[in-house]
Design a protein around this ligand. Structure first.
Ligand SMILES: [Zn+2]
Length: 340
């Protein structure tokens, strides 16, 4: 939505419009002021999104556009993580706020996703995995996805025909499940060799570059945070290796971009991926906050070294489901079902 047609800026809870959706009205009455941190990885617009083999990993940017317009209409402030942390530390929390963060950061962050936030004139946080611009990560799943867009691919046991988007999605899920683990780099290198492609060419098409990040870091709407060096499961590392991943990504970003990096997001971010020891390491590395992907809301007094965030699944393009996140229902259900 262009800037000049936006409704007036968010107003306090006491001055909210009467036409709010019922779930929002109920949550406003029960919970009042609250924050919701939303995260996703990649973005693609309408038609491109439909054909992607791993499309749940991408937010449909047409839906993002609708969601941002909806948030503006329903009185949500869109804020940086820095501002969310400030509000969590303030007992007189008086507004509803939402933050969007993009984890990992691929080339589409620069080319397609940040421009949507700019069009709405709202901030966005980028949690960068520094191994992507440093070219130390192979981006195997991005490469697998790209090769599955072909009509056929060669696998170790023969050739696979890919006749439809559905076949491509099924193939992605099957192969990605087989590759997931420490040997992923070897699986991917063999796959590339069998299909006559150079993984460096594919990586360059998907990776964000330092030049792009420098450009983004000069935008006042963009907040840069760290997301580790190589995207490991932090809790599985020895303490010194965990500190190198957490603190190393901050040092690399600060050195390359020349700005302070105050916020960290744990890779994967579920309960099994980061725990109290890791929250302490992030604090010792000097971060003002660390985010997880445990669902929940930010309220006054929420600990900022383990902020809850909700991952937006690209397949769920519904404002009603978004309302479920913003009202805390999805977090409540996740905790009840033990999905943390
Ligand atoms: Zn990540």
């Amino acid at each position: 939505m262009p800037q000049d047609t936006r409704p007036p800026a968010a107003s306090p809870l006491t001055d909210r419009p009467r036409d709010l959706p019922w779930l929002t009205r109920l949550a406003d009455a029960v919970l009042g002021a609250r924050g919701c941190l939303l995260t996703f990885h990649r973005g693609a617009s309408g038609r491109e999104w439909s054909g992607l083999p791993n499309r749940n990993f991408y937010l449909n940017l047409d839906f993002l556009d609708r969601l941002l317009a909806y948030l503006s209409r329903t009185d949500w402030d869109i804020v940086t993580i820095g501002e969310a942390v400030r509000r969590a530390g303030s007992p007189g929390l008086a507004t509803k706020f939402v933050n969007f963060s993009i984890d990992d950061c691929y080339r589409d962050t620069y080319e397609a996703v940040v421009p949507v936030f700019r069009r709405h004139n709202v901030p966005v946080t980028l949690f960068v995995t520094t191994g992507i611009p440093d070219a130390t990560l192979p981006l195997a799943f991005a490469g697998l996805e790209q090769l599955l867009l072909r009509d056929r691919v060669r696998l170790e046991h023969g050739e696979m025909r890919l006749a439809s988007d559905e076949a491509r999605r099924a193939a992605f899920d099957r192969i990605a499940a087989r590759w997931d683990g420490p040997a992923i780099g070897e699986h991917y290198a063999r796959f590339c060799a069998m299909n006559d492609v150079n993984p460096d060419d594919i990586r360059r098409q998907h990776a964000i570059s330092w030049e792009m990040l420098e450009d983004l870091s000069r935008d006042p709407l963009v907040e840069i945070g760290a997301h580790s060096v190589s995207h490991p499961h932090i809790s599985s590392l020895a303490p010194d290796a965990a500190a190198r991943e957490i603190g190393g990504s901050r040092e690399r970003l600060e050195a390359r971009l020349g700005l302070p990096v105050r916020h960290f997001a744990f890779p994967y971010g579920r309960a099994a991926d980061c725990g109290p020891r890791d929250f302490a390491i992030a604090r010792q590395c000097g971060f003002d906050s660390a985010s997880t992907t445990r669902k929940g809301l930010v309220r006054a007094g929420t600990p900022v070294d383990r902020l809850p965030r909700v991952t937006l699944n690209g397949n769920q393009q519904s404002l009603f489901l978004a309302e479920g996140h913003l009202s805390g229902v999805s977090g409540f259900l996740a905790r009840r079902l033990g999905r943390v």
